[in-house]
Design a protein around this ligand. Structure first.
Ligand SMILES: Nc1ncnc2c1ncn2[C@@H]1O[C@H](COP(=O)(O)OP(=O)(O)OP(=O)(O)O)[C@@H](O)[C@H]1O
Length: 479
């Protein structure tokens, strides 16, 4: 879109006139319609960045217009002006999906400010829309700032054919992003092929990529096209590129430089136009240093880098992802979607998820099949997720346990958390120290980093002043 534009829809010419003047003054492009139908027609070939419409109009009213606009262009924010500044019409406007409600009379500054906000909203949504508007591309869930960064990169790269390198641990969504890049590129009508270098036996990679001629090697009964030829005009996604054998790297570099290659055992050069998107979970710079990855190929592939965060590093997305996967699993299996109790959601959000989004997705499938009730409780989770919890506690990661306790208490509406936690914490520390010193308070105070008097006071406060380490009364020290 070259310039932001607001459409004004009102049958009242004086309102149109003041709005037009205000927008012109504010340097906002506008187009006016004196009723809803011509605006709907215009949507067939044009799209505004925002609309401002009156509610009461002859023919189609403003609310009906908004409904129809949302069906066709759900991302266009609609501002509704109404003469009735009552709650009901405001609620009705918002329920109908209005971006903003402007009760008449309003001043022009307000109208200009709302339209500017609507423009901004359009652009924010549009970035995500670009990613989600295609039925073939699964939605990419992510509101964490690190994912917004990824969305922005996809948006910016949408018109280009540039080589992209995607970094991220296994299961973080590298292939999903590669597909999104393809679907939003000028190549979208051609093939997208995904190949995982780590999954193909090393000696077959070359013929898989470049094809072979009949008799090129034992077992090559006929000639065969490789993936490069098959994805001509489209995109080839090379996953786990760090595992590509050095000889194949050399050939890949040549194709990237010359746009042509030979099939294995072939003598005729084959020209192709393929966009490469590569991905890896490895540190490729390190592989280059170790001599396992060609530096020139690295630079050739590393033109634009997109980094996908670990799931645990964007824990704020976990609840949305869970809902997304539970709904998808329910659809797949034709059952009602499970819902998580808030404790379960919190617990799942605090886990480490070494398998990232894939592991979370699999867990949601598992829950859809295995959880007995509609509500999923922590105890319904697969045993390996509960074990992790025990292990972290045994490992001494007491902060995780404490964090979880704090979150659960807050969720339960508890107040004065420190009053409960601090004495409990101190009691545990004191008891451990006294146990370690066989009840000798002087030594225990040193271990704890307190003075003797502080320890004595704390023992009193905590009701531990009768403490006996081994059943015997402490005689040796009267501190
Ligand atoms: N942000 C996301 N929103 C929704 N689904 C996601 C998201 N990220 C990943 N997924 C889903 O998680 C699964 C794993 O993603 P994907 O295969 O893209 O990961 P990957 O990084 O390519 O993994 P690997 O490196 O192991 O091949 C897929 O089913 C994908 O659809």
């Amino acid at each position: 879109m070259s310039q932001d534009k607001v459409w004004i829809i009102d049958d009242d010419s004086s309102i149109r006139w003041v709005l037009e003047r205000a927008f012109t003054k504010a340097d906002i492009a506008w187009q006016s319609f004196d009723n809803a139908l011509p605006a709907l027609d215009a949507l067939e070939y044009d799209m505004p960045t925002a609309m401002i419409t009156d509610v009461r109009m002859p023919g189609l009213d403003g609310m009906q217009l908004m409904q129809r606009v949302h069906k066709r262009r759900p991302d266009v924010p609609v501002i509704v002006m109404t003469a009735h500044s009552d709650l009901d019409s405001a609620v009705a406007a918002y329920e109908g999906g209005a971006f903003e409600y402007l009760p008449k009379p309003f001043d022009m500054e307000e109208a200009v400010a709302v339209v500017r906000r609507a423009f901004q909203n359009f652009h924010e949504n549009h970035q995500q829309e670009v990613i989600a508007d295609d039925a073939d591309t699964p939605e990419i869930v992510g509101k964490a700032p690190s994912m917004q960064e990824v969305f922005r990169a996809i948006g910016r790269l949408a018109k280009s054919n540039i080589t992209v390198m995607i970094n991220g641990e296994s299961g973080t969504g590298k292939e999903l992003v590669a597909r999104a890049l393809h679907r939003h590129s000028p190549r979208r009508d051609n093939t997208f092929i995904a190949l995982n270098m780590a999954a193909i036996p090393k000696d077959l990679i070359e013929s898989e990529l470049f094809g072979h001629e009949k008799g090129a090697f034992t077992g090559a009964a006929g000639s065969r096209q490789g993936r490069f030829e098959q994805s001509n005009g489209g995109t080839l996604f090379l996953d786990e590129i760090g595992d590509m054998p050095l000889e194949v790297q050399t050939r890949l570099l040549r194709v990237l430089a010359d746009g042509e290659f030979y099939r294995v055992g072939g003598h005729t050069p084959i020209k192709v136009d393929v966009r490469i998107i590569a991905a890896t979970h490895q540190d490729l710079e390190q592989r280059v240093k170790e001599g396992k990855f060609r530096e020139d190929l690295f630079h050739r592939l590393n033109v634009i880098r997109v980094h996908l965060p670990r799931l645990a590093d964007r824990a704020e997305d976990i609840p949305d992802l869970i809902n997304h996967f539970l709904a998808a699993a329910a659809r797949e299996m034709g059952v009602e979607a499970k819902v998580l109790t808030s404790d379960t959601e919190k617990y799942m959000s605090s886990l480490d998820w070494p398998g990232n989004v894939r592991q979370l997705e699999n867990t949601c499938r598992w829950l859809t099949v295995m959880a007995s009730g509609r509500e999923v409780h922590v105890s319904d989770l697969p045993p390996e997720l509960l074990q992790v919890d025990q292990e972290t506690q045994i490992d001494g990661d007491w902060q995780t346990g404490l964090k979880r306790w704090a979150e659960t208490s807050l969720a339960a509406g508890k107040e004065g958390l420190l009053e409960e936690a601090v004495p409990c914490f101190e009691k545990i520390m004191i008891e451990a120290a006294l146990k370690h010193t066989a009840g000798r308070k002087r030594d225990a105070a040193v271990l704890l980093g307190w003075g003797r008097n502080t320890l004595t006071r704390k023992l009193k406060e905590l009701g531990l002043d009768e403490y006996r380490s081994d059943g015997a009364l402490e005689k040796e020290e009267q501190i």
